[in-house]
Design a protein around this ligand. Sequence first.
Ligand SMILES: Cc1cc2nc3c(=O)[nH]c(=O)nc-3n(C[C@H](O)[C@H](O)[C@H](O)COP(=O)(O)OP(=O)(O)OC[C@H]3O[C@@H](n4cnc5c(N)ncnc54)[C@H](O)[C@@H]3O)c2cc1C
Length: 365
Amino acid sequence: MNLKNLSYWQKQSYFKSVDLTIVGAGFTGLWAAYHFLERFPGANVQIFESGPFPMGASIKNAGFSCFGSAGELAGDLEEHSVDHLLLRMEQRVKGLAYLLERVPRKAMDYQASGGLEIFTDPIGFAKVNDKLDFLNQLIAPITEEKETYNLKKVWGEKDIYCKMESMLNPGKLIQYLSENVAQKGARFHFGCEVVEVKSGYVWLKNVPDPIPSECILLATNGYSHNLVPSVAIQPTRNYVMLTQPLPKIPIDFPVHHHQGFVYFRPLDGRLLMGGGRHISLQTEFTSSQEIPDNIKEWLINFAKENLHLDLANKIAMEWTGTMGYLEDKTPKCLKTDENVYWIGGYSGMGVGPSAHLSKEWVKDL
Ligand SMILES: Cc1cc2nc3c(=O)[nH]c(=O)nc-3n(C[C@H](O)[C@H](O)[C@H](O)COP(=O)(O)OP(=O)(O)OC[C@H]3O[C@@H](n4cnc5c(N)ncnc54)[C@H](O)[C@@H]3O)c2cc1C
């Protein structure tokens, strides 16, 4: 559909004096609208979302209110600076605290379950265990816990328990935030793909006239490469499978394995399991939504060998989502033009950080 030029009436009604245009109705975009309307009540805020409803990682994820496993942190220390690691942990902790302050637990099915990291080989466990005291000390000023991680025998002989992990329902959280900002006046335009952005204007697919806006926030995370080529964000596929209801679920909290590359959790009497991209890292740097059969097969084998669950014929649903990866793994808020900003780069853990980064962005406006 080519809408040709906008009419006088369209410009006067929909697109007059827009204070903030947000591109993307995921957690980042919705939290940004939430904070902006709190700081500037009555502001004219519009949200363009290319899907008929939110279509990004925020509603395709696994519903871990992710803190991060000791294995992930130990792995990060080999590749990233301590400063970056601490910054990420601070973003996660502050974001999750803020989430709990503002969203009623029931509204997002929040479960303060704690979480487990499991190991299938003694060498892998020893490597992380050796660093456990150091990690606990390093992040204690952020978590305000002496022992954020501690050894616990739950699944295997040697598991690492983390009291900061929890679970939620991302679909409910998206709905809650959407309704909240709509009540405060934010206007949603679904099915509207933004194809170009310059200071003061956005362009929609099939609409030649630019849409004016005082301020613009790109909240497109893993889908940002075309809109903001200056940001080196890599779209990264992540696979999720959900079983049929099972007679017995082996766990009642979220579990990480292999630095968080593999994860599973209980969900409504089913098992949700996903990740596995470590077996094929390069092919998963893609925005393709195809099911990666090699990863699916690997996860099914993992469940058979380690959880003694034969899931081959028990998968009721499966999907993929697109994460946004940055080389230093650290989410960022960047100014890309005058009054144009980008927030993203959650590198697979965005539930907490999206609430925190968007809040800091609005504070600094
Ligand atoms: C399978 C999977 C599992 C995950 N599990 C977890 C987890 O358990 N815990 C956790 O903390 N994090 C998890 N993550 C990461 C987390 O979901 C993301 O970091 C977070 O949702 C990012 O939110 P966002 O709003 O920035 O981006 P998104 O949710 O991706 O939102 C971007 C939105 O922008 C829209 N859009 C894109 N381009 C345009 C355009 N040109 N014009 C208009 N609209 C556009 C998209 O349709 C989308 O709705 C997971 C991610 C995936 C993919």
